[in-house]
Design a protein around this ligand. Structure first.
Ligand code: CP3
Length: 349
């Protein structure tokens, strides 16, 4: 029974610093590619036995301290009524892209146990198969990052359509965000009921905003999700499930991010972890923050960076080691295995 990760999320003392890695199940692992070679990505997400299998791969191979549900942040968008496809080169494509009242009105707030039952089935299966070996993290896209894919229809560089809707049709944006926020809230409740022991909100694109706009157009909806989840857990007498909030390009936004209400804050690599902790406050519980591409360094250089991050984290109330963003498909798996070992060894008191 390894509950080091959950202890760190709660700010309790741990024997060593726990580590998991964003996108730890994925194409850099030959074992993942073997499963993925048989089915397309969406089929993999929708087949609980296969999704559970690739979720557990990094626990066996890397010896990380937490499992993260294998799925995608765009699964709830499909459940809301949009068409979702994953293309080898282009990445995700959602259609028709949301640009007017008509398309937004057609979206529903889905019942997760109906429209996304395969996710909850995967969680239930995983809790059985993991049998307490490590805790299971559930997740959702944060409302804003989810909205960017719906409005742009795909990945974007400058998010023109999204910002144009925000600045030119603010009422339309709010009506869309209300639907996404309700969807995300119900989706995370269902994941927790199915057995998720922590949840992470991914706000990958939050860093495209000025602090004021971030607060108004992204963070306000995250706060709603978190407040609702906490109130619901309290009223249902569900033991508190740690909530992690990850924002890409964190540095300019920390004074805003720290008001999110989340238990743990994900930090990217563009800021020193001790600076981030200072700005969040001494009771900060942080997750991060190695540059994913630092995993292409020779192992003795990775080691220096691990020691540096562990040292900088010492002023925090809690630290969960992670990358500052997802692991890249080209990453040498041996370096990821070595990273986990280093974090465990050098943090042991
Ligand atoms: O972390 C994990 O191991 C759990 C699984 C997970 C995936 N996507 C699997 C995936 C999680 C937590 C995500 C989150 C996700 N998905 C985010 C937020 C985090 C981040 O990385 O910024 C975003 C923005 C997406 C949307 C998405 N999914 C894109 C843009 C792409 C295409 C680019 C890419 O990396 O391929 C995906 C596809 C995707 N999601 C893959 C995996 C393993 C690759 C699919 C394949 O096998 O071909």
């Amino acid at each position: 029974m390894n509950d080091t990760f959950l202890k760190a999320c709660r700010g309790e003392k741990t024997e060593y610093t726990p580590i998991w890695i964003m996108r730890q199940a994925g194409r850099y692992l030959p074992q993942y590619q073997k499963v993925r070679g048989k089915v397309d990505f969406l089929t993999l997400c929708k087949t609980p036995e296969l999704a559970a299998e690739v979720t557990i791969q990094p626990i066996d191979i890397l010896k990380v301290d937490a499992a993260i549900l294998f799925s995608d942040i765009l699964i709830p968008v499909e459940a809301m009524g949009m068409d979702l496809e994953f293309h080898e080169k282009k990445g995700p494509v959602l259609s028709p892209a949301l640009r007017d009242e008509g398309t937004v009105k057609k979206l529903s707030v889905p019942d997760p146990e109906d429209k996304m039952k395969f996710v909850m089935d995967t969680i239930r299966l995983l809790r059985k198969e993991l049998a307490g070996r490590v805790p299971l993290i559930g997740f959702s896209g944060a409302p804003f990052t989810t909205a960017t894919y719906m409005i742009e229809g795909s990945t974007s560089k400058n998010f023109l359509n999204t910002k144009r809707m925000i600045f030119q049709s603010p009422d339309l944006y709010r009506s869309l965000m209300d639907k996404i926020t309700a969807t995300v809230t119900e989706y995370l409740k269902a994941q927790i009921k199915a057995g998720a022991q922590a949840v992470q909100l991914f706000d990958t694109w939050g860093g495209i905003f000025s602090p004021q706009d971030f607060r108004d157009y992204a963070l306000s909806y995250v706060k709603k999700v978190i407040t609702e989840l906490k109130t619901w857990q309290h009223s249902e007498k569900i033991p508190p499930v740690p909530i992690i909030y990850f924002v890409g390009e964190t540095a300019g936004l920390l004074e805003e991010i720290k008001t999110s209400g989340a238990d743990v804050h994900g930090i990217d690599w563009r800021i020193n972890l001790d600076d981030a902790i200072k700005r969040i406050g001494s009771n900060a519980i942080v997750q991060g923050n190695l540059d994913p591409i630092a995993l292409f360094l020779p192992q003795n250089k990775i080691e220096q960076r691990v020691k540096d991050i562990l040292g900088r984290a010492s002023s925090a109330q809690g630290h969960i080691f992670n990358l500052g963003h997802g692991v890249l498909p080209e990453t040498p798996p041996d370096n990821v295995i070595a990273l986990v070992e280093m974090v465990h060894n050098y943090s042991r008191k």
